[in-house]
Ligand binder design. Structure first.
Ligand code: PEP
Length: 259
């Protein structure tokens, strides 16, 4: 399976989210095979988008959450609240949250543990900066972030974890990583996950690529076995672009079925 995560960030309000959710689901219509879709609208639109997504195979994702269940945490949203809203997935440790809101590896780890506790699928975002890449520290950075995020995680047979490899320099820049770089880093991440979760069943964890994915380059990433899907920001709010990405995933899945 290939999964496409649509991260709408803070780009659409409630009304626009409803329209975009309808348009996004239409991209699946009439297909023999479809990728798995997870739509991540802003918090304020979750309950309206849920009504649309509930009639489809798509999942509903949040873009962040806090790790406590309740209490005096003004402005925060708990894992239980997300579950109550029908949320199935949650993006954690996105680079924008790390860079702009001071999220640390420790905070991401607390969120991952609580997400799993609440039966939400964590989408753990990791990736190196341009400087770290230049200094050939990609694997070290990715390893450190991943190991920190997974500290103390005991994977139950019903748990699923997604890791989004998102090089910081590729996010929103229009410059995606090369397919060969993505394959190399994904192999490394798969290897680490296999070591951490020796008993995991196939499909319990997946590794997605994110960073300037669009209709043009999506096929190149998605056709690779190491790439279990893509996390899409900018192109997920442009319906024609998003349709092209869904089409690319469907072509890959169809080709795999016939081979
Ligand atoms: C993202 O928001 O995680 C992302 C990958 O954004 P973009 O697709 O715009 O680079």
């Amino acid at each position: 399976m290939k999964t496409i995560i649509a991260n709408w960030k803070m780009n659409v309000g409630v009304r626009e989210s409803v329209a975009l959710a309808r348009g996004t689901l239409l991209t699946l219509r009439g297909r023999k095979v479809s990728p798995a879709l997870v739509i991540c609208p802003p918090f304020v639109a979750l309950s309206e988008v849920r009504k649309i997504v509930a009639r489809s195979s798509a999942g509903l994702g949040a873009q962040n959450m806090f790790w406590e269940q309740s209490g005096a945490y003004t402005g925060e949203t708990s894992p239980r609240m997300l579950q109550e809203l029908g949320v199935s997935h949650v993006i954690l440790g996105h680079s924008e949250r790390r860079a702009l809101f001071g999220e640390t590896d420790e905070m991401v780890n607390k969120k991952v543990l609580q997400a799993l506790e609440q039966k939400l699928v964590p989408i753990i975002c990791i990736g190196e900066s341009a400087d770290q890449r230049r200094e050939e520290q990609t694997q070290q950075v990715v390893r450190d972030q991943l190991m920190a995020a997974l500290q103390g995680v005991r994977l139950k047979s019903s748990d699923t974890i997604m890791v989004a490899y998102e090089p910081l320099w590729a996010i929103g820049s229009g410059v995606a990583a090369t397919v060969s770089d993505v394959i190399e880093t994904h192999r490394f991440i798969h290897l680490l996950l296999g070591q951490v979760f020796e008993q995991a069943a196939p499909g319990q964890f997946s590794v997605l690529y994110g960073g300037s994915v669009d209709a043009e380059n999506a096929y190149g990433f998605l056709r690779e076995d190491e790439v279990n899907g893509v996390l899409v920001g900018g192109a997920s709010v442009k319906i024609n672009q998003f349709k092209g990405i869904v089409q690319a995933a469907a072509e890959v899945l169809e080709a795999k079925q016939t081979s």
